[in-house]
Design a protein. Structure first.
Length: 156
């Protein structure tokens, strides 16, 4: 049994690494800090739920303090989670925000479910806006994170 959904085998190894690194939330931040709602949704987007032995589905119950998709089923819930994230983002380390932003970018382009892609694209665009950055295109991201150094890999 694997902890990652099968679709995560398709992106290049560099993108898979980014997806994995972003799943860890910030250390030293309160368990119910407003930013952690987004991290719980992120983990539900890249990890299988051990309780079910499969990925959570949008609109399904069964979430918890580690992973959930609960706000996606509430009217305006995801938009509010994003607003709360940025209203409280000063309390989390910058590198954690960047890991999450880059993971969200990949999910916004590569997740097989359109609802997940839309939600994470919304978060990625909001992250870029909050940091006064121009969003990166999928083509540019792929050029940057497509195992370009594969020729140096050990072939044994």
């Amino acid at each position: 049994m694997r902890v990652f959904p099968e679709w995560m085998d398709a992106p290049p190894m560099q993108q898979q690494s980014v997806l994995l690194l972003a799943a860890r939330g910030p250390d030293g931040v309160a368990k119910f800090h407003p930013t952690k709602v987004v991290w719980r949704h992120y983990r539900a987007s890249v990890l299988k739920a051990a309780y079910f032995g499969r990925a959570l589905r949008s609109g399904e119950g069964g979430g918890n303090e580690f992973m959930t998709l609960e706000t996606w089923t509430q009217f305006g819930g995801w938009r509010k989670a994003i607003e709360d994230f940025f209203a409280n983002a000063d309390g989390i380390p910058h590198h954690c925000r960047m890991h999450l932003m880059h993971g969200a970018e990949i999910l916004g382009y590569k997740h097989p479910d359109a609802e997940f892609r839309a939600a994470w694209s919304q978060f990625y665009i909001a992250s870029c806006d909050d940091l006064h950055l121009a969003p990166e295109s999928e083509e540019r991201m792929d050029a940057r994170l497509s195992d370009w150094h594969r020729k140096y890999w050990d072939q044994t």
